[in-house]
Design a protein around this ligand. Structure first.
Ligand code: NG1
Ligand code: ZN
Length: 533
């Protein structure tokens, strides 16, 4: 049977800008919004094809540029299980985005349909949402045009959401009628699922007090909504909540600002109370970092590594209590502080896997454990409970009240923690639950290990694709000799570690350096960056 071709002449309304090569990276497409509409149109076409290819499963598209400045925007495709787009399709996305003309695009689309044997008469189902950026509505129009061009795909606009909320909806819609339905596929269903789990974990405890910097982004109204469902079990103050003014987004605030600058976000008085817990979301609320001012008035960051170690230690104790024999592992990237890895392996005795940057890599590695904790140092991460492990806990023969309590807590945590992707709202509740149960203030949490001083630098280079890496990005194989020069430098520094890799989201090469003092870490970072000149 001849496969019918697809007519996408409306692509003429969204011409590709000349001279730009688009790439679907670890965060999807992310560029200045002025040049994005052709790409977002094509994302619409591809999302519809992906849905058809998978027999009509719901596919998500999120319009966001996360922690980037307000003029940027982006588009990310969410796969049916709520995870990131399958890798082979990233290549198709890049290929379609770079078609020079509408005719070229039509040819590439029809070739894809033919090669993948996609039945375009299968109904497609795509849902989408956006963060609070000014360019969002216009890009949504481009997306809708792309969906319409792709044989009128069925689509639903969820308006303003955090990125993890869209992931939740995709997974919930695709599991709607199955035995292991993920949740009620509405925004309300999302809040209820989290709030019910939180109340289950923390029945009768005093509310923990926290101040949240929402980066003037979409996390602000959404966390306020969540708190309404928590009925007094958390004592929240919101700062940087002006999401209706998109020019303020991520401006001197938010998770990326706080982590990179290691300082308080704007919007806080200089006279911040000591030992009080704060956190910052990023622009689309899929990342979170915590911080506080210690007794000496010093700023202390509790980043993704600290969240991972807190979660791993708590979960390990709970699992031991259940006697269920479930295994726990932690997944990190090369950017994880060396002290955190050392603490996990030597003190907690939890296996640690290192993967390349990009949550899809961490996510897949974490799925190999019964309970897989993964966090990037920048605060993006979650805890995955393997479906078999959850089933085992649900049917476990308990022999003591303590064992039953531990199992109930673990099961509630599997509902509390977003199983699709890192989620600032869900991670916030996870951390507050653990701190409440342990009766810890932020300093108690922070003392588990001391971060090695480190420095993250970036350098603009002529062609960053020259930088080829192996060993989970910790070793360069090209340009030749560079790695041995780095090694020579590193061995001169006590507890020295450094690596260089090309960014997947910016046109730069990143240099990371760690050493026993801040001065030495800075010096090592600068010396390694000189090697790139
Ligand atoms: P790149 O630009 O590839 O280093 C950055 C972050 C990643 C991840 C992606 C977004 C660092 C060092 N890198 O990637 O961790 O969050 O953005 O997906 O923070
Ligand atoms: Zn983000």
């Amino acid at each position: 049977m001849a496969i019918p071709s697809i007519d996408i002449s409306s692509a003429d309304n969204y011409p590709k800008p000349d001279g730009i090569k688009f790439g679907y990276g670890t965060a999807g497409f992310r560029y200045n919004a002025n040049i994005l509409s052709s790409t977002v149109f094509r994302v619409g076409v591809l999302a519809a094809l992906r849905s058809r290819y998978l027999g009509g499963k719901v596919i998500g598209v999120m319009i966001t540029a996360s922690h980037n400045p307000p003029p940027d925007n982006g588009a990310k495709i969410v796969d049916p299980a709520g995870d990131m787009l399958e890798e082979a399709w990233e290549t198709y996305a890049t290929d379609l985005a770079n078609a020079a003309t509408s005719q070229d695009l039509a040819d590439r689309v029809n070739e894809l349909i033919k090669n993948l044997n996609i039945d375009i008469s299968t109904p497609a189902n795509v849902i989408y949402a956006r963060d609070s950026r000014e360019s969002g509505p216009a890009l949504v129009k481009a997306l809708e045009a792309g969906l319409k061009a792709a044989h009128d795909a069925k689509s639903t606009d969820y308006g303003l959401l955090t990125t993890p909320q869209l992931h939740y909806l995709v997974k919930s819609l695709n599991t709607l009628k199955s035995a292991n339905s993920y949740g009620v596929p509405t925004e309300e269903g999302y809040y209820k699922k989290l709030a019910n789990a939180y109340k289950k974990v923390l029945s009768g405890s005093e509310p923990y007090s926290i101040t949240i910097d929402a980066a003037n982004g979409i996390g602000a109204p959404k966390v306020s909504e969540l708190v309404k469902h928590l009925e007094g079990t958390i004592d929240m103050t919101l700062i940087n909540g002006k999401y209706e003014d998109p020019s303020l987004l991520n401006s001197s605030c938010g998770a990326d600002y706080v982590k990179t600058n290691q300082r308080l976000p704007g919007g806080l008085d200089a006279d911040v109370p000591k030992l009080k817990l704060f956190c910052s979301f990023d622009g689309d609320a899929d990342r979170i970092v915590f911080f506080y001012i210690d007794e000496d008035g010093k700023f202390r960051l509790l980043d993704g590594d600290k969240i991972a170690t807190l979660a791993a230690s708590f979960l390990k104790d709970l699992v031991q209590e259940t006697n269920s024999g479930l295994n726990i592992g932690v997944v990190q990237t090369a950017y994880a502080n060396g002290s955190s890895t050392e603490y996990l392996e030597s003190v907690l005795k939890v296996p640690v896997v290192c993967t390349p940057t990009g949550v899809k890599h961490l996510h897949h590695a974490a799925q190999q454990f019964d309970i897989g904790v993964y966090f990037e140092a920048n605060g993006h991460g979650t805890v995955l409970f393997h479906p078999d492990a959850v089933a085992k806990l649900q049917t476990f023969q308990v022999s003591s009240p303590a064992q039953k309590a531990a199992i109930d807590t673990l099961l509630a945590l599997s509902d509390l923690v977003n199983q699709t992707v890192g989620d600032a709202l869900s991670d916030l509740l996870l951390v507050l639950a653990i701190l409440t149960i342990k009766r810890w203030n932020p300093a108690d949490w922070n003392q588990s290990y001391t971060d090695l001083p480190n420095r993250l630098l970036k350098a603009e280079v002529r062609d960053r694709t020259m930088f080829k890496v192996t060993n989970a990005e910790r070793t360069l194989v090209e340009p030749p000799l560079l790695q041995s020069q780095i090694d020579n430098l590193v061995q001169k520094y006590s507890q020295g570690r450094s690596f260089v890799r090309a960014s997947g989201t910016e046109n730069v090469v990143r240099i990371y350096a760690e050493a026993v003092t801040q001065t030495l870490a800075d010096e090592l970072g600068v010396k390694v960056s000189h090697l790139l000149e």
